[in-house]
Design a protein around this ligand. Structure first.
Ligand code: AMP
Ligand code: ZN
Length: 114
């Protein structure tokens, strides 16, 4: 999608600090990290948010989570643990309208919303 920052990262128009890539999924470091480890994992396909997922995207979402599993193992947070967050829409404060999963790790998280 022309005006989407994350699509521009996917096609190389905007640089990113990549940590994982395959045919369908890209992961890169968040520009403004909120934790010692803060990685964004996205499908390369432009989908705005969870609410815009179609049945045909089921396999793709599975691939995103398989990638998260691999990344967690690769960077060594599989034992200590990590948190995955996807902000969807206005009330959740979604700022980039391309589906993404924040992977947060690297210290004990004291605040829990849920
Ligand atoms: P959200 O608020 O859930 O939509 O998250 C968007 C995230 O994208 C924020 O944590 C931003 O810091 C991050 N972000 C925005 N632009 C970039 C970029 N060019 N490279 C890496 N992360 C970015
Ligand atoms: Zn996009």
């Amino acid at each position: 999608m022309a005006d989407c920052i994350f699509c521009k990262i996917v096609n190389g128009e905007i640089p990113s600090n990549k940590v994982y890539e395959d045919d369908n999924v890209l992961a890169f470091k968040d520009l403004n990290p909120q934790m010692p480890v803060h990685i964004l994992v996205i499908p390369k396909k432009h989908i705005e948010s969870i609410i815009d997922l179609k049945e045909e995207d089921e396999k793709l979402v599975g691939k995103v989570f398989t990638a998260i599993n691999k990344i967690a193992n690769d960077i060594g947070v599989d034992k200590e643990g990590f948190r995955v967050i996807s902000n969807c829409g206005q009330d959740a404060g979604q700022t980039v309208k391309h589906l993404h999963f924040h992977v947060l790790a690297g210290k004990k998280m004291s605040e829990k919303i849920v």
